[in-house]
Design a protein around this ligand. Sequence first.
Ligand code: CDV
Length: 311
Amino acid sequence: MPRTIIVGAAQLGPVHRSESRADVVKRLITLLREGKARGCDLVVFTEVALTAFFPHWHMTDPAEIDAYFESSMPSPATQPLFDEALRLGVGFHLGYAELAVEDGQKRHYNTAILVGKDGRIIGKYRKIHLPGWDCEQPGQPFQNLEKYYFDVGNLGFRVWRAFDGIIGLCICNDRRWPETYRVLALQGAELIVLGYNTPVHNPALPSTDLLVNFHNQLSMQAGAYQNATWVVGVAKAGEEEGVLQIGQSSIIAPSGEVVAMATTLEDELIVAKCDLDLAQMYKQNVFNFAKNRRIEHYGLITQQRGVVVEG
Ligand code: CDV
């Protein structure tokens, strides 16, 4: 029996500061219903989907900051999304800002969850590669303060057996790091899902602005191919609070080929039937890790060439 999963990548257009959680959840539900109509088993929403991407500006009042975070999931605002997913029998992935209390301490995470067709949370991931700065950068057209607002994720990279396959989660900047995909693939990942908020302009490195869409595709396509896995990357796109963000939400096959891509910067659902056995075909051949990886020799080559890497 072929193992196929029909996946919807539910790109979101901008979410404005004035927009309530309830209004955003209505937009998510509209996309979820479209996903159901188009046969989806799983609909993937983006990173920090419920609010504007607040790391783009500086806040100091703890109460104002915490208002962007969810202290429970489902939260009162997201309960209708869980209810509708259960009613429709469609799973989903959701990124959100999480406020947790651990050992009596408040912690803030950039989090994503995977929810099954029964409406129950299957897995949770907290973002590890936080980009940007840990303090305000005066003079910039906008901020990138993820290191200021979020703690580094403490759940590792994990996979879950779900939707008849092996599914891994990561978030936005994680997609640029080869070890993200490799750690997930070493656990057998056949489908990796992620959301992103990626500005067109990088104030710290403006010379790379023209490459921003290319780097987005490059990292996800390489990650998919080199690790024999499907990758689904979903944007929050368009101009949000003065910051223009890329779209091009994509569904990428284990061959590295893009099989579906969003064409707008708005709410848009793209859908693809993902054959998980295609991942297995690559895992059993060119990327048969057990047979073909030569990890015991990698250090030897480095030593022979006299390259010393410290830190
Ligand atoms: N949300 C992100 O992680 N964004 C980064 C930007 C700031 C470079 C990204 O890697 O897309």
